[in-house]
Design a protein around this ligand. Sequence first.
Ligand SMILES: [Zn+2]
Length: 229
Amino acid sequence: MRGWWRELGSLVLPTSCAGCGGARTVLCAPCRGLLSAGPARRVRPVPEPPGLPPVYAAVAYADQARAVLLAHKERGVLSLAGPLGRALAVSARAAAAVPGVDGAVLSLVPVPSSRAAVARRGHDPVRRIALAAAGWLRRDGLPVRVRPVLRQRRRVADQAGLTAGQRAANLTGALVVRPGALLAGDVVLLVDDLLTTGVSLAEAARAVRSSGGRPVGAAVVAGPPIGWT
Ligand SMILES: [Zn+2]
């Protein structure tokens, strides 16, 4: 219901660009272009958690990209899922360009948010962006399916304020693939909105591997701004 109100609200209320604050539109053309202009980049957290597959990002998590991601995630400007999905499609194409993927149906597996976070926000931003990305990828002829097969096995503490080591301990073993949801050898591309420590993506990869899936890479909308230039 909250999502419905927000969608209606964004149709009838005067608004400004979620990226730059200008133009009376949800996202102006320059900000829209900036998100998905590419090329995608390989991004690496420091330190890199063990088991993290290669991660690609479309933009640096800064300025307009950061503002647009936050508007979608925390303020529920749901119409931003389309342009954010287009950016995710840019990084997904780069992440999927690995040997042995050609022709296989690629399973886009979103990193799950906690139930509490979904309830607080009134929507699941990563899943929504993944669905939009799949639309863009299919239009380009890439056979993909969004498969939200991961769930949290136990409650995890809020990651904010934890060190990288504490985050790893907090998350290890936290995710599980729903029984029977993946088949052995299923080609998986993990997707998330952001790369920060990489710990949740590494945990997602571990869970996918332990259920027989093959995580070939990970795609995020935005990566660490340091060294991006
Ligand atoms: Zn703008």
